[in-house]
Design a protein around this ligand. Structure first.
Ligand code: TMO
Length: 313
């Protein structure tokens, strides 16, 4: 009986070498990086963890919406920051086509929306209500926006649909897209000197909350379908007549082929989970401390061995 079991086990092992003993492919794990600091640093943190496990890693800068198509096709192996507000729609569309999957949530709660530094509220005390903001639109007029208030939205690839929201809610604002995240911080920084009222796109977790106390504008609450069905939301004839989710998820996504090709790295990816303070700190290393992303990642790993060592075995 013993002999038979041994023979069966041996046969099973010889015919299933991959299931039993697969090693990660020596091909590089391609990790996409985008245009905000936490995502870039987090990608390097995870890349350095994979390298520590003996993997080759490559980084590629990609558009933050098109990346879901790249993950689905296996051109990149994963995405580390799927923000519900900005990327939920592209992520869901790629899920429906197939080829990528949800690789779990970070232990983080996210929000992305119109935001103001607290001094803006001194000039417009009805805030954070969006209707109060709209009543104060004159405070935000600039030469560029004429008789409309200026709202500085994120870079276009974050697809915040600011202009559609302004139209759907009939607001006296003009939406200007920032060329980069840095342009958002420059706008807040220059307004700070004379406490000029400003309203800009911002998000949490981010370094900004530790630098400029502020609040999100409260728009009509996000409801499922607000971006797909005009009848959903306060304006029965328009999409985007609501805010972004106030308690959004932050997910990881993986190419369906990742597990078979890099089983050890894939197992680690499944365990990886960052918190709001950890993500905010990654952004701070770059946006406040002026570190390079690689350097910031190395610093984070050095300071947080107890956090990530549990993910690699
Ligand atoms: C996608 N972002 C986190 C910058 O809002």
């Amino acid at each position: 009986m013993k002999k038979l079991t041994f023979a069966l086990a041996t046969t099973a092992l010889m015919t299933m070498p991959f299931a039993a003993f697969a090693e990660d492919s020596s091909d590089p794990i391609v990790i996409p990086v985008h245009n905000w600091s936490s995502q870039i640093v987090m990608s390097h943190v995870v890349g350095q963890i994979f390298e520590g496990m003996g993997n080759a890693v490559e980084f590629v800068t990609t558009d933050s919406q098109a990346v879901y198509e790249s993950v689905r096709l296996g051109d990149v192996a994963l995405e580390l920051e799927v923000w519900e507000g900005a990327f939920g729609a592209s992520f869901r569309a790629a899920l429906e086509k197939g080829g990528l999957h949800d690789a779990g949530d970070h232990n983080a709660v996210t929000r992305e929306d119109w935001w103001y530094p607290m001094w803006t509220k001194d000039a417009c005390p009805g805030l954070p209500s969006w209707e109060a903001l709209n009543e104060c639109a004159d405070l935000f007029k600039t030469a560029e926006t004429g008789d409309k208030g200026r709202y500085l939205d994120g870079p276009v690839d974050w697809l915040k649909h600011g202009a559609e929201r302004v139209a759907a809610l009939d607001m006296n604002f003009q939406v200007i897209n920032a060329g980069s995240a840095a342009a958002l911080w420059a706008e807040i920084g220059s307004a700070e000197k004379d406490k000029r009222p400003v309203v800009v796109f911002n998000w949490t977790p981010n370094f900004a909350e530790a630098v400029w106390p502020g609040e999100f504008v409260e728009f009509p609450e996000w409801v499922e379908g607000c971006d797909k069905d005009p009848s959903v939301g306060v304006n029965p004839n328009a999409l985007y007549d609501c805010g972004n989710p106030a308690k959004g998820y932050l997910k990881k996504a993986a190419w369906d082929g990742m597990e078979a090709k890099w089983p050890a790295a894939y197992a680690t990816l499944g365990k990886i989970s960052f918190t709001n303070p950890q993500i905010a700190e990654m952004a701070k290393f770059v946006d406040i401390d002026d570190m390079e992303p690689e350097e910031a990642a190395a610093e984070w790993l050095e300071n947080n061995k107890d956090v990530w060592s549990a993910w690699t075995n």
